[in-house]
Ligand binder design. Structure first.
Ligand code: SF4
Length: 103
């Protein structure tokens, strides 16, 4: 179920269902990760919740997925051209480092 604060943030749905992903828009290189917490969007590349980035209007896989044995994506993302992140954190947990799962 979608966490109540995500509804308040005006989250855009993305993917097959309305509750699997959220699209978080970037402003000046920052994204509103949680209602009271901003993050630099470049930090999302190290977050297990990042699925894709919108780069020059096109969705590209997150480098974080390179560490997923099922996906093994090694995309290079140019963060100076990224305008949003597709994030699967629907529970309001926020940044979670990929290092926690690969160490
Ligand atoms: S949860 Fe992770 S991927 Fe989602 S917005 Fe926050 S830092 Fe970025």
């Amino acid at each position: 179920m979608l966490h109540p604060f995500l509804n308040k943030m005006g989250i855009e749905s993305f993917g097959m269902t309305d509750t699997k992903y959220r699209v978080v828009e970037a402003t000046g290189g920052m994204i509103q990760c949680l209602p009271k917490k901003e993050e630099e969007i470049i930090r999302c590349r190290f977050c297990i919740h990042s699925k894709q980035f919108r780069q020059d209007g096109r969705w590209v896989p997150s480098p974080a997925r390179a560490f997923c044995l099922a996906t093994r994506i090694t995309t290079k993302v140019d963060f100076s051209h990224v305008s949003a992140v597709c994030c699967d954190d629907m529970a309001g947990k926020g940044f979670s480092s990929i290092m926690n799962i690969i160490s």
